[in-house]
Design a protein around this ligand. Structure first.
Ligand SMILES: Nc1ncnc2c1ncn2[C@@H]1O[C@H](COP(=O)(O)OP(=O)(O)OP(=O)(O)O)[C@@H](O)[C@H]1O
Ligand SMILES: [Mg+2]
Length: 314
């Protein structure tokens, strides 16, 4: 028996010394080389009906400099030796500046990316070795959620539910309930997704995740782009899921107030590393009071992730 198991009883997610780099030589993948060779061959413009343009805009075929740009990418350490445990039933927030590694970490946990090193388990399932078991217990909402844009929210959600083996008339009723609860008008539920604003589409993405009642919910900026009322509606649903279903939630956000209100504990990341981790209340004790005002989580964020402008340009 695994000696680690007894102490893992109330732990839902374990992230242990995880590292992830992008742009390593091994990631200069075969398809990029293929693309480079192809572009060389079509140097004088492959004016065929398929429009031989590459994704980098080299309309008439890439020259050597494009080839270099494609193959000599700078290595980025997106996640740098990150470790933390999330307790079952906890709402755990990950905060950090743009590019600090939050989404990369979520994508690794969601089995969409492989870590370079380190171990991750979700409800005892190894994320790398048993991705299928992990996928059964998680659901992820990201800012760039994808849908069949010509179909309505209802059709997209019915499709999503079927993938999880959920169907029948009651599902349709439930979908309607969730969408209305999230503030969507009834007529939007049956109109094509492409006619909806980004915020409304974000709500549909959240509804899709809630529908399957996952044990673990990975929310990557779930309220980004929502108006204040919609934000509150979504936050209320997140809290409800946690309190009523005991769903364990990992959440990233740039809204410090949201993290303060929702999260039991928060990890602050900077340049791929966790620079602080505690309850919002404890984190606030890390910075001094200013002008007699108690520090906010935003003050803590600024203090811990602060770097001089000069440093940023180096
Ligand atoms: N697929 C990728 N290929 C190359 N580099 C990547 C890739 N995905 C992320 N990165 C890089 O990894 C770093 C971390 O990115 P990540 O998206 O995890 O940050 P983030 O904390 O989620 O940022 P944001 O707050 O803007 O969403 C960044 O430097 C980013 O450019
Ligand atoms: Mg992100």
């Amino acid at each position: 028996m695994d000696p680690k198991k007894p102490s893992e009883k109330n732990i839902a997610i374990i992230v242990d010394q995880v590292n992830k780099q992008f742009g390593k030589p091994s990631e200069t993948t075969w398809w990029k080389n293929l693309l480079t060779n192809f572009n060389h061959k079509t140097k004088n413009g492959a004016a065929n009906g398929n429009g031989a343009q590459n994704g980098n805009g080299a309309k008439n075929g890439a020259d050597k400099s494009t080839a270099n740009k494609l193959t000599k990418k700078k290595t980025v350490t997106a996640v740098d030796n990150v470790s933390f445990d999330i307790k079952a039933g906890e709402i755990f927030g990950v905060l950090g500046p743009n590019g600090s590694g939050k989404s990369t970490l979520i994508r690794i946990l969601a089995t969409l990316l492989l870590p370079d090193t380190g171990e991750l388990t979700i409800l005892g399932h190894d994320v790398v070795k048993n991705p299928m078991q992990v996928q059964e217990v998680i659901n992820r909402v990201s800012v760039e959620a994808s849908f069949f844009k010509k179909l309505s929210p209802m059709e997209n959600l019915i499709y999503g539910a079927r993938l999880y083996g959920i169907g029948g008339k009651s599902t349709q009723k439930k979908i309607e309930e969730i969408l209305i609860r999230l503030g969507l008008e009834k007529r939007s539920i049956y109109s094509p997704m492409e006619e909806m604003s980004r915020g409304m589409q974000q709500k549909v993405a959240i509804a899709r995740a809630l529908l399957t009642r996952p044990k673990i919910l990975l929310l990557d900026e779930p309220t980004t782009g929502l108006d204040p009322r919609s934000k509150r509606e979504v936050q209320a649903v997140i809290r409800e899921m946690n309190e009523e279903d005991g769903t364990t939630i990992l959440l990233t956000t740039h809204d410090m107030q949201e993290a303060d209100n929702l999260c039991n504990r928060v990890a602050i990341m900077d340049k791929g590393q966790v620079v602080a981790m505690d309850t919002p209340e404890q984190l606030k004790t890390l910075v001094p009071q200013t002008n007699g005002h108690a520090p906010s989580l935003e003050d803590v964020f600024m203090e811990l992730t602060g770097r001089k402008l000069k440093e940023e340009h180096e």
